[in-house]
Design a protein around this ligand. Structure first.
Ligand SMILES: [Zn+2]
Length: 372
């Protein structure tokens, strides 16, 4: 069939856009800016979880942000010890009014102009990384020459990274803990950081500013995610609950993160696993990271002896009037701010922020269907 003039025009524009952003071609394939919904105030989301008063119907589970409970078998993600029962199992904080995750309702967020998050040492390769199946999740613990830290960005302090881990589901349409207008993602990564003013995690867990967690949403793609590929061998070796292995070639933290860290949601919440401590300043990035179906299946294959972990997301919790902020830089600021671990040239290549409606159209699923 002959290509229509419209298709040819779109194809030419796409090729131009691809050339323009070739400065970071190596990684562009694994990142995508998600803006849909943010500018659509009329779109009332289905928000099945937006029950501010009913709250607490949970059907989720989660891994532990908290080292103390890594091998705790007293709670799970379904059945008698499922999320809706956690507060009855002795984890009283799980029924509090500052719980996580939440469903972000984009037409109710408050626009707030936070300074960019400052990332330190996110571009170094860890000296050592261990990946553990802790019966609830796949969790990476790391040793660094210089510990990665985050600050500014509206965070109530400086925070050092202590681990990262993942949440997933059995099917692609569920898996993330946070949802955006009721929409789930197949995988959510949490990078957990501890306020540097507290020496011990146990101390940080007692204070409302104790932890900061960055949530990163993944989308399935055929594009190869090279950073995630470095985790593949370790994931294959921790199928059994309790297994822990060293990652031979650990990725840099920044390579597991989205390009655009300037656009994020922010709210005060909790750990999403018992003890559900209400000590977390949450940052949820709008831009997603890509993962292949094959890589996603490696998470789904993890077991808690003998059954698969299956799913390890806690459902969204009631907001109880908490504010959720959306921080986005002004257009003219995009060129001068950004990921401290990346170069200015890369930063200025953030195409979806600077290229406007045409680029948004060209990278939309509709355009892709038209073209191919
Ligand atoms: Zn988590």
């Amino acid at each position: 069939m002959m290509a229509s003039p419209l298709k040819l025009l779109l194809l030419a524009a796409v090729l131009l856009a691809a050339c323009a952003s070739s400065a970071h071609a190596g990684e562009e394939e694994v990142h995508e800016v998600k803006t849909a919904g943010v500018e659509a105030p009329e779109a009332e989301p289905p928000a099945p979880e937006e029950h501010d008063t009913a709250g607490h119907e949970s059907d989720s589970d989660e891994d532990s942000h908290e080292d103390d409970h890594d091998d705790d078998h007293s709670w799970s993600y379904d059945g008698e010890a499922g999320p809706e029962k956690w507060s009855h199992l002795g984890y009283s904080q799980c029924s509090g009014q500052r719980q996580s995750p939440i469903n972000v309702v984009t037409n109710r967020v408050i626009r707030r102009h936070f300074k960019p998050i400052v990332f330190e040492n996110f571009n170094q390769i860890p000296e050592e990384m261990n990946m553990t199946n802790n019966f609830h999740s796949a969790k990476a613990t790391l040793d660094w020459e210089r510990t990665p830290k985050i600050s500014s960005g509206g965070l109530p302090g400086e925070y050092r990274v202590i681990n990262f881990h993942f949440h997933w589901g059995r099917m692609d349409y569920r898996g993330s803990e946070h949802t955006i207008d009721g929409e789930s993602y197949p995988l959510e990564m949490h990078i957990v950081s501890q306020n540097t003013k507290y020496d011990e995690l146990s101390e940080a867990l007692q204070h409302p500013d104790g932890l900061a967690v960055m949530g990163i949403m993944f989308e399935v793609s055929r594009a190869n995610n090279r950073a995630m590929k470095r985790l593949e061998p370790a994931l294959r070796r921790i199928v059994k609950g309790g297994a822990s292995v060293s990652v031979d070639e650990p990725p840099r933290l920044q390579d597991l993160m989205p390009w655009n860290t300037n656009d994020f949601y922010r709210y005060d919440g909790s750990l999403t696993t018992p003890n559900c401590n209400e000590v977390v300043t949450w940052t949820i990035f709008l831009e997603t990271v890509k993962i292949t179906q094959k890589q996603l299946e490696l998470f789904r294959a993890l077991k808690k002896n003998p059954a698969p972990i299956g799913r390890n997301y806690r459902p969204p919790q009631a907001r109880y009037g908490r504010s959720v902020y959306l921080s986005q830089p002004e257009e003219e600021e995009v060129e001068t701010i950004g990921f401290a671990g990346k170069t200015a040239a890369v930063r200025s290549g953030a195409p979806a922020l600077t290229a406007g409606p045409l680029a948004a159209l060209l990278t939309s699923p509709l355009a892709m269907r038209l073209l191919f």
